[in-house]
Design a protein around this ligand. Structure first.
Ligand code: GSH
Length: 215
């Protein structure tokens, strides 16, 4: 059984998508970021970086509980555990791993500050960081669009954990003034992934969480 420490935000959606794709049973533990529950000492023993998602696999390697933090590492762990979305072919696997790392390092790390600075751009001293981060975010979207013009999915012909990692971040690009209308290949892929039954089930779970935790 997997204990899933979660909230209703984008990095968590990736894990909901993977759990729904694989059918792996989990127990959800809501970490309410609105109430700063990520800072509770008992949660910090799971993720010392006070962020969700995190999982504890009660049946980890060697049969002992194992904790995993960082959404990209959790996706790799769950792929290894289930053997699903884990091709044995090394070229395919490392294509997936490299695009997953790209997601974590680029959209994952930069879209949120791009949003933050973009929303503050009219304040003194914010013009430079707003331009710096939104330029980079637009550049990243260009890279993704080009990649998706050449392959069906971000890591090649098959749907993978790299797509699950990327998908939530592409749904909120309006927050830094971008639109998928300017990126037709991302728009095509975004619609297709959004129509997967597991993606829809993950969205329904997040909607339930939203209702349960509405303050
Ligand atoms: N690199 C981390 C980022 C996780 C992250 O930023 N989580 C946010 C919610 S989406 C969070 O927990 N924020 C609470 C905080 O920073 O205190 C991952 O991919 O898991």
């Amino acid at each position: 059984m997997i204990d899933f420490y979660c909230w209703r935000s984008g990095n968590n959606r990736k894990i909901f998508m993977m759990l729904e794709e694989t059918g792996l049973p989990c127990v959800r533990h809501i970490v309410n970021l609105g109430k700063k529950e990520q800072l509770r000492p008992e949660y910090l023993t799971i993720n010392p970086n006070n962020k969700v998602p995190a999982i504890v696999d009660q049946d980890g390697p060697g049969g002992a509980p194992f904790t995993v933090i960082e959404s990209g590492a959790i996706l790799i762990y769950l792929a290894e555990k289930t053997g699903k979305f884990r091709p044995q072919d090394k070229r395919q696997w490392f294509d997936i791993v490299q695009w997953l790392m790209f997601q974590m390092a680029s959209p994952g790390a930069l879209f949120t500050p791009a949003h933050y600075f973009y929303s503050q751009a009219d304040k003194p001293d914010m013009e430079y960081p707003a331009k710096r981060y939104t330029d980079e975010a637009h550049h990243i979207l260009g890279v993704i669009d080009k990649r998706l013009s050449a392959s069906a999915y971000i890591a090649g012909d098959g749907y993978s954990i790299a797509d699950m990692a990327l998908w939530p971040h592409c749904g909120t690009v309006d927050r830094f003034g971008a639109t998928l209308t300017d990126h037709p290949n991302i728009a095509r892929w975004y619609t297709e992934v959004g129509e997967r039954p597991a993606t829809r089930r993950a969205a329904a779970i997040i909607e339930e969480l939203r209702e349960e935790t509405a303050a």
